[in-house]
Design a protein around this ligand. Structure first.
Ligand code: UD2
Ligand code: MN
Length: 576
């Protein structure tokens, strides 16, 4: 792909210089055609170098038979077969009170057996698949802070009940400085009664899930580390396909399909096998639809492993030696967040691969809010962690993160030299390589002319998403120079993007909306002429104009007329 408009830079200063160069290039207004990657091009570059691990010695592999799946007696408790639990109206107040504690319906969870039955959610074809008779053993590592009793114990029992016993080396629990009584002696006593060796370690002080997982990993005796959140339910046959994939190639990091356990009813809801992991400019992990090219690569087989650009982070299996060789986790990350993208970028850029194995299903209670405290403040912690990802792995694309979250510039990122040295040592590839080869559909444009505010010459106001979501109209506001909602990228594909949305106009006079970028030009193609400073909508031939008097904060399309209201400045002029 042609890349003369994007150069490699090493720090923010250089990037600023580069921005100026792009602005200068805009003066020339040389906009060439888009380059789309072919599936085949993507194919050949993966796995050509990186860490090599010899296959497991046979002596370490275990013969396993069908998981001794004990269908728990339907004991009349609610929620069996993964069904929803509905709370009687007279208990509603209690339910709401208890909800606050974990941000899920604890009353419902407490009513369900810790051993509840689930339906077999796999594709028919998955049930008939045969896996190698010899597989590596795994230790399941579960970290938690103030987890509820029943969700934690149900996670443990579903692991025990639905894993082939010879493959489950042990369960390792890491209590990250919880303050709940039931996670003290009661838990210590309980795990002694379990039929699988279960060890409990405690962090001395609240250390966050990243360092808690590192503590757990240190004690792992199995060949594979499998991480789970503390509110999961493993389903029948979840483990074998994960281990089978790792035995084929020890540099493959594998995730199950993460099904949804409803936070309100604890119903087990099957998730789509047609979504994979991506991320937005804020560096939030997001699910997106699997593109056609990845379906094609798998020959349309929906049971075949899916190469995913990123992982959600909580549920995955990784060879233990590989985990350390590839740099385990970034110790400098606190509490929650960022480690999932960090590991995703690292694995891909440093020669490994990241997959979702659709024959493996594990449920997880997704919550709307975090139930626990974030020492240091949520915002600071999350911005700090994500900034470390941007600084170490994303090269110049880190600037999208800072543009979207200018507040991140005020949060100390800490010392990242060790992580940068790791990247050097492992000879990891660039973020451009990742975007070109692993994630051409990314919400971060591969090639772009400009990233910044777009200012109207007549009114001196700036285009502004007003925080609007997909489907909402584009707005305007006083230019604040603080990035965020006033940051747009003008891309080589002629899109005007804000995060994962693009300016989109369906009618010559119609509203200009923010719509998910589809990358197929159409209503999302705009031509900026840096001499006349007009932004012309290709499909309608109309020009972007300042708002009408009636609706002063909504820019419109009008026939091009060279008025000042149709002049827009794409200028590199951030206050930060
Ligand atoms: C997702 C991941 C989670 C993690 C996170 C980003 C899934 C299903 N979940 O968020 O694993 O990758 O994104 O960081 O992919 N915990 C501690 N100490 C803390 C905070 C949390 O031990 O200080 C535990 C917590 O009890 C839980 C696990 O870490 O067992 C993950 O936390 P979460 O459930 O709040 O994260 P989640 O699912 O929102
Ligand atoms: Mn979770």
């Amino acid at each position: 792909a042609g890349s003369d408009n994007v150069m490699q830079v090493n720090n923010k200063e250089e990037f600023r210089g580069k921005k100026a160069a792009i602005a200068a290039a805009l003066q020339g207004n040389q906009i060439d055609d888009d380059t789309n990657l072919e599936v085949n091009e993507v194919e050949e570059v993966i796995g050509e170098d990186g860490i090599m691990l010899s296959p497991y010695p046979k002596s370490r592999l275990k013969r396993w038979e069908e998981a001794p799946f004990v269908k728990p007696e339907a004991d009349g408790l609610p929620g069996e077969m993964g069904k929803a639990v509905n709370i009687p109206i007279e208990q509603e107040k209690l339910m709401l009170d208890k909800f606050q504690e974990n941000q899920f319906n604890l009353l419902a969870s407490d009513m369900i057996s810790v051993n509840r039955s689930l339906t077999d959610v796999r594709f028919e074809k998955c049930r008939d698949k045969s896996y190698p008779t010899l597989l590596p053993t795994t230790s399941v590592v579960i970290v938690f802070h103030n987890e509820a009793w029943t969700t934690l114990i149900r996670t443990i029992w579903s692991t025990i009940n639905r894993s082939p016993r010879p493959l489950l080396k042990e369960i390792i629990l890491v209590d990250d400085a919880s303050e709940k009584e039931h996670l003290g002696k009661k838990l210590e006593d309980y795990i002694k009664t379990l039929p699988v060796p279960t060890h409990l370690f405690r962090t001395e002080n609240r250390s966050g899930l990243i360092r808690a997982r590192l503590l757990g990993a240190k004690h792992v005796k199995g060949d594979v580390i499998t991480f789970l959140d503390a509110h999961c339910e493993c389903t029948e046959g979840w483990l074998e396909p994960l281990l089978a994939r790792i035995v084929e190639d020890r540099t493959t990091v594998v995730c199950p399909i993460i099904d949804v356990i409803s936070d309100t009813t604890f119903e087990y809801i099957q998730a789509s096998d047609m979504t994979w992991g991506g991320f937005n400019w804020k560096l939030n992990f997001r699910w997106y639809r699997v593109p056609e090219r990845e379906m094609a690569r798998r020959g349309g087989d929906r049971t075949a492993p899916l190469r995913t650009p990123t992982m959600a982070g909580g549920l995955f299996a990784i060879d233990k030696d590989y985990f350390y060789q590839i740099g385990s986790y970034d110790q400098g990350m606190d509490i929650w967040g960022g480690e999932n993208l960090e590991m995703s970028f690292r694995v891909w850029q440093c020669g490994g691969r990241l997959e979702i194995v659709p024959c493996s299903h594990v449920g997880h209670v997704f919550r709307d809010k975090s139930p626990y405290s974030f020492p240091g403040g949520v915002q600071n912690v999350v911005l700090h962690n994500a900034a470390r990802v941007a600084e170490v792995w994303m090269d110049e694309w880190g600037e999208f993160y800072y543009a979207m979250n200018p507040g991140a510039l005020n949060v100390p990122v800490g010392d990242v030299s060790e992580r940068k040295a790791l990247r050097e040592r492992l000879k990891c590839k660039s973020f451009r390589w990742y975007l070109e080869n692993i994630y051409p559909e990314s919400q971060m444009p591969l090639d772009y002319y400009y990233l910044g505010e777009i200012r109207n010459s007549e009114t001196s106001n700036c285009l502004d998403t007003l925080g609007g979501k997909a489907g909402q109209p584009l707005g305007m506001g006083y230019c604040h120079g603080m990035g965020g909602n006033q940051v747009f990228a003008y891309t080589k594909r002629k899109q005007i993007m804000s995060d994962d949305n693009c300016l989109d106009a369906a009618h010559p006079r119609g509203p200009i909306k923010l719509i998910r970028c589809h990358g197929m030009r159409g209503n999302q193609e705009w031509t900026y002429d840096s001499k006349t400073r007009t932004i012309k909508h290709t499909n309608t031939g109309m020009c972007l104009d300042k708002p009408e008097t009636g609706d002063v904060w909504k820019p419109v399309l009008r026939p091009c007329n060279r008025s000042r209201g149709q002049q827009w400045l794409m200028q590199v002029d951030f206050k930060w």
